[in-house]
Design a protein around this ligand. Structure first.
Ligand SMILES: [Cu+2]
Length: 225
């Protein structure tokens, strides 16, 4: 019923969705409880014929018990989410696995360009492949990205992979992912980067191994012949 997220095609997607659902559950519980009590109180204490309102001075310490108690509960829940989130953060943004495939991502107003190291496996050599708009990757492989921007702050976002990473001009930002199925998926810029921001669309094309090798060979052929 609450599953309105895009489909998950990433090895770490379930971890991120798990945190979202945990937050949904906690916030949902408080929302229903608090709003429920509000409605109850409005009905229960409404104005009624012949019933006089009572003036209450309040009791500081009794009220403080409620405030302190609820703050303690919320802080506890916050730690719960942090503990759960810390592992996922480390997995996605800190402990980068060595990549099976390395790709340089260049963002600029308003387009994506992807650079593949070519047959020699080295960047900045003659056989580098420069590909506009479509990010081609093999399925079930660890993809290491280096994200760069030529002008302003962009955000590299693959919704189905659950990866979103800001890109700052003048910096090389690492990212990684591994996809679990082949197909065509969305790639967007998730940072308002100028008037053409919404046109800054790309495509994530996930091939099987042989399809990827074939694509690499064909692209190299086209570029260097
Ligand atoms: Cu952008």
């Amino acid at each position: 019923m609450f599953n309105n997220l895009p489909q998950n095609i990433s090895t770490y997607g379930a971890d991120i969705d798990g945190i979202l659902y945990l937050i949904y559950a906690i916030v949902g519980f408080f929302f229903v409880t608090m709003e429920g009590y509000l409605v109850y109180a409005v009905v229960r204490y409404r104005r009624r014929e012949g019933v006089r309102a009572v003036y209450q001075t309040g009791e500081t310490w009794r009220e403080m018990r409620w405030v302190v108690g609820l703050v303690a509960v919320v802080v506890f829940l916050d730690f719960l989410i942090d503990f759960r989130g810390a592992d996922t953060w480390a997995k996605v943004k800190q402990d980068f696995p060595s990549g099976d495939v390395e790709i340089l991502v260049k963002a600029k107003q308003f387009a994506w360009t992807f650079v593949y190291p070519g047959a020699d496996g080295q960047f900045d050599t003659k056989d580098d492949l420069t590909v506009p708009r479509i990010l081609h990757v093999p399925v079930h492989r660890k993809i290491r990205l280096t994200l760069t921007s030529e002008d302003v702050i962009h955000s590299f976002c693959l919704p189905e992979v659950r990866l979103k990473q800001d890109i700052l001009p003048g910096r090389r930002t690492p990212a990684w992912f591994e996809v679990t199925r082949t197909g065509t998926f969305s790639l967007v810029c998730a940072e308002l980067c100028g008037l053409g921001h919404t046109k800054m669309l790309g495509v994530l094309e996930v091939h099987d191994d042989s399809g990827y090798e074939r694509w690499l060979a064909e692209t190299a052929k086209e570029m260097f012949e």
